[in-house]
Design a protein around this ligand. Sequence first.
Ligand code: KMH
Ligand code: ZN
Length: 273
Amino acid sequence: MEKLIITCCVTGAEVTKQHNPAVPYTPEEISRSTYEAYNAGASIVHLHVREDDGTPTQDAEVYRRNMELIREKCPDIIIQVSTGGAVWMSDGDRIQPVKLKPEMASLDCGTCNFGNQIFKNTPDTMRFFAEEMKKHGVKPEFEIFERGWVENAKWLAREGLVDEPLHFDFIMGAPGTMTAGLKDLIYMTESIPPGSTWTVGGIGRYQLPMAAAAIMLGGHVRVGFEDNVYYSKDVLAKSNAQLVERVVRLAGELGREIATPDEAREILNIRRA
Ligand code: KMH
Ligand code: ZN
């Protein structure tokens, strides 16, 4: 099997210090947490940014500051900015960090319930985001919350808006979206075009079993506070790094080596920026 790419989603837009005091907000906190996760074995950081009070933002200048500090500490980590942002943001807000030409960005491929709200990604939104990513040389990671979203990624490819090989992130177990069973994951992996790569992010208590399954199935793993703030039942994780460290240990036991950022670039077909 190819080496294991670990993505760390260090802060997200929804979790707060009330959920876990170790959730990072400021550029200093986010870059420090990313550095710890990188030292633990993460080769990609999935990056949301915040105002200093924790309010999520897609502001390009806040992204720029965060990316500069991350680059100082982790010279070769792959930075994957979010274009999901938060549910109340406009498309114009959400696309801003792509203009900074990061190596990767998330591209959400459909609409779903999200908590008590709607996470809206119309075909026009997807086309617009894909075109912007192509224009700026940014590799999309397709965020997939439901099986049908894979078909939307496929038509973006058919329309020539994204280049193959495609890379998918199955987000599984979020309330109101697809469930996070082993059969669900296998169904998802069998639905993507041959030659594609995939990772999985289990939400909450599904983070650990989905990570273990991905290690065994030959996929890749996403862990971090955005998706889960617990280490085990009722026990908060101390840091993003602690969640990454556990994946590294599991992979070691199961015979999967961990990819460096450059090895991850090769697996994902990304040219170093
Ligand atoms: N915060 C969610 C509404 C992404 O980063 O692309 C969307 C999200 C997905 O986090
Ligand atoms: Zn995200």
